[in-house]
Design a protein around this ligand. Structure first.
Ligand code: GLC
Ligand code: MG
Length: 421
């Protein structure tokens, strides 16, 4: 939360399954497009918040399966757990607050009386969330009777039905919308209210996000009937909410454009950077652009013209390979030449995460980021530090002076020969 000195330019609060992540897109292209845009244009002055129904356990599983960025804040278990930063520090005040009029034992006692309810897995049962599966045709009736019974026992609960199958029982003060309202209040007290907030969702548990005052909202094109119906009944005339025509992360990009919240062209959608002037050109964009070029180089999606890498690198620069071996840049350029097209026709992808930029001289920037590569089942990451200089031979460009990489935990490969940059 303290990463930014002032207010965030944009705060995106997005659901994960079928909103940020499209489980029907095995190439993850929508997500990779979003990632490139976020790291190039937004990471420095904006906040990324994931708000998911998943427990921390299966949220972490998803992060291993999909190329998800590291959010600034993670809200899990349908707004009952709020965690900050990469180390995911829990907001204990929030959990304390949810204890009011909440008694988990009474909830389990009462729900056990309903044979229509099938408990979800152990991982999804959380201190302030009790979750079941229930068939759509039985859901309405069960919800009505169950709330009456819990009310009679003196509990203030909230029942949320999502994905036409999942029923969550939460304290009344919980939920994705309440968690966001709590965060916004905290920002307000600190004088750091985000300039704009965009909420993004696809299913029932996201509905509350759209009723938080003064936020923009996007229901992705593939949104569930239950959310669309909620919208038709409760927010039809709100011009700040759209139903995108694009699926998942592409729908989020569409909303950024629709509400004019900032740059809305992903660097991934630019085929030739020499021909296309981008909206913002800075050191972060440079990092994103280089790795996009490098991915395309290895996938043989750019022509084998060695001029480009020669222009990017300082000829006397050094590269400290993650194995610890220092290599002259000239050697790296030779290796890169040989790797052209070695991943052609494969699922090889690169993305960068947590790009940070610090100006360390009048024309020099120190960049730090996580660089990830995925190829088949394999995934490797390196903490990367690069020194960039703007005294380039290329107009508007940067020269890559020095580079240093360290394997991220568990990333060390058996064969290090095909890792470069
Ligand atoms: C996620 C959670 C599940 C919850 C559902 C709807 O799938 O894992 O426990 O019921 O979201 O909120
Ligand atoms: Mg969802």
């Amino acid at each position: 939360m303290d990463r930014l000195d002032g207010s965030a330019h944009l705060m995106i609060v997005s659901d994960l399954d079928f909103t940020m992540v499209d489980h029907l897109d095995p190439d993850n292209l929508g997500l990779l497009r979003f990632n490139a845009m976020w790291e190039a244009y937004y990471r420095q002055d904006s906040l990324l918040v994931f708000s998911t129904g998943r427990s921390p356990t299966i949220y972490k599983e998803l992060r291993k399966e999909k190329p998800l960025l590291t959010p600034d804040i993670s809200i899990m278990s349908v707004g009952t757990e709020i965690m900050y930063g990469e180390s995911m520090i829990r907001d204990e005040d929030w959990e304390q607050y949810l204890n009011q009029n909440w008694n988990r034992e009474i909830v389990t006692e009462e729900t056990a009386q309903f044979p229509e309810l099938t408990p979800q897995s152990e991982t999804e049962q959380r201190p302030h969330k009790v979750s079941f599966f229930v068939e759509k045709i039985k859901a309405l009736k069960v919800i009505r009777f169950l709330s009456e019974r819990l009310e009679k026992r003196g509990l203030d609960v909230k029942l949320i039905y999502s994905n036409e199958t999942a029923l969550d029982v939460l304290p009344k003060g919980a939920g994705k919308g309440q968690a966001l309202a709590y965060l916004l209040e905290k920002f307000k007290v600190d004088g750091k209210m985000p300039v704009n907030t965009l909420v993004c969702g696809d299913s029932g548990n996201d509905a509350e996000l759209f009723s938080v005052p003064e936020v923009y909202g996007v229901m992705v094109s593939n949104a569930q009937e239950e959310l669309l119906q909620w919208h038709a009944e409760n927010a039809k005339n709100n011009p700040n909410i759209i139903h995108a025509t694009e699926r998942c992360a592409a729908g989020i990009i569409q909303a950024i454009g629709n509400f004019s919240l900032g740059p809305n062209v992903s660097p991934r959608d630019i085929g030739d950077f020499q021909k296309c002037k981008v909206e913002i050109y800075n050191s972060c964009h440079e990092v994103v652009k280089f790795y996009l070029f490098y991915e395309r180089w290895r996938r043989a999606e750019v022509a084998k013209n060695m001029q480009t890498p020669n222009l990017i690198f300082f000829p006397l620069g050094t590269f400290v390979h993650p194995s610890g071996v220092e290599q002259p840049v000239s050697h790296c350029i030779d290796v890169m030449a040989r790797l052209h097209g070695d991943k052609q026709g494969t699922d090889y992808r690169i993305w960068v995460d947590r790009v940070s930029s610090e100006q360390v001289g009048s024309d020099t920037w120190c960049m730090k980021f996580y660089k990830w590569e995925a190829f088949g089942e394999e995934r490797r990451g390196c903490l990367t530090t690069v020194l960039l200089s703007s005294k380039a031979k290329v107009p508007d460009g940067f020269t890559w002076m020095h580079m240093h990489q360290t394997w991220l935990e568990g990333s060390e490969p058996k064969d290090e020969t095909t890792w470069l940059f």
